[in-house]
Design a binder for this molecule. Structure first.
Ligand SMILES: [Zn+2]
Length: 317
């Protein structure tokens, strides 16, 4: 047995040598395809529209590609307007990963233009099961309406790791093809991480007897559906934080929040804090800020979701 153990390093070295040989062949192949500058392979560039998508794409490609996030982390995807530099980055990308469903409202035309120029554009929303805003309400009235509806689909698909995981096979295939990489291993690892995040969120949310949400805008539909929360309403009753609200809608929200006996009013980027604080005061509960559209400093997608669940569970206890 001991002699066999001693043989392993030799065998691993052999495998490493094989990997190096394959890499050398691949490098030569890239070089001969013309994707080269001064004898050095050019690293392909993948543009991700926002930071959370960029984090997932970076997980998939590792060091094999450079990932550029065009909407800076912390800026509102619904509001971001591209500079000339961003338009250039998008047009020069080897592949683009976007959300779709008008989340990146002001990038829609630029992305369509890049696609017509032949740049591969992956839209996450085309590869997951979509939900409508307040779908549970619509569902109760008319289930058939859900599947037929083309408008009003909720773009906040990243706020449920299981929904997000649905796109990983297609994303890794299309991205891999565009870059000439086999991403199946990293895709399997990423899918596993997303499943683990889901389990952790379930554990956190299981500490709550009841989860009734008032949010900044209609951003938590996927989260609520996955983790058994009720959406009572939103301060900005729209899928986009760039929409506006009215005095009548705010009055209705206060009534609904009071009737639902909510424990907190949540707010997020793009919602006027003063309005949220006023509603919370009138309902007699606290207001709590959630980070729904951005990565924490130095953090990853999993941190976004665990922090979100922890904040919600903490506020509603
Ligand atoms: Zn949003």
């Amino acid at each position: 047995m001991a002699r066999q153990s001693k043989q392993y390093p030799t065998r691993i070295s052999g495998a490493r040598a094989l990997v190096l040989a394959v890499l050398a062949v691949l490098t030569t192949a890239c070089t001969s395809s013309g994707n080269v500058q001064s004898g050095t392979s050019k690293t392909p560039v993948v543009v991700a529209t926002y930071s959370i998508l960029g984090d997932l794409v970076a997980d998939l490609v590792g060091d094999a590609a450079k990932v550029i996030v065009v909407i800076p982390n912390g800026q509102d995807q619904h509001e971001f307007e591209p500079s000339a530099k961003v338009v250039e980055q998008i047009n020069n990308a080897d592949f683009i990963v976007s959300n779709g469903l008008d989340l990146e409202e002001h990038l829609t035309d630029v992305l369509a233009e890049a696609a017509t120029r032949g740049v591969g554009v992956f839209m996450a929303a085309e590869h997951v099961t979509l939900r409508k805003a307040n779908a549970e309400l619509t569902d109760a009235k008319d289930g058939a309406e859900l599947t037929d509806a083309k408008d009003g689909n909720d773009p906040h698909l990243w706020l449920d790791p299981i929904t997000l995981a649905e796109m990983i096979p297609d994303l890794s295939n299309e991205l891999g093809k565009a870059l000439g990489l086999d991403l199946s291993d990293s895709a399997a690892q990423l899918s596993l991480r997303l499943a683990t995040i889901d389990v952790k969120i379930k554990e956190i949310m299981s500490t709550l007897p009841r989860c009734a949400l008032v949010t900044g805008h209609d951003s938590l539909g996927y989260f609520a559906a996955r983790y058994g929360c009720q959406i009572v309403g939103a301060v900005i009753p729209s899928l986009s934080s760039s929409a506006e609200t009215s005095a009548g809608e705010l009055a209705d929200l206060k009534t609904a929040a009071t009737q639902a006996n909510v424990r907190a009013v949540f707010t997020e980027m793009g919602t006027p804090r003063a309005v949220v604080d006023q509603i919370a005061k009138e309902v007699g509960v606290k207001s709590v800020e959630l980070r729904t559209h951005m990565l924490p400093a130095g953090g990853h997608y999993g941190d976004v979701m665990i922090q979100l669940a922890t904040s919600i569970a903490g506020a509603l206890k």
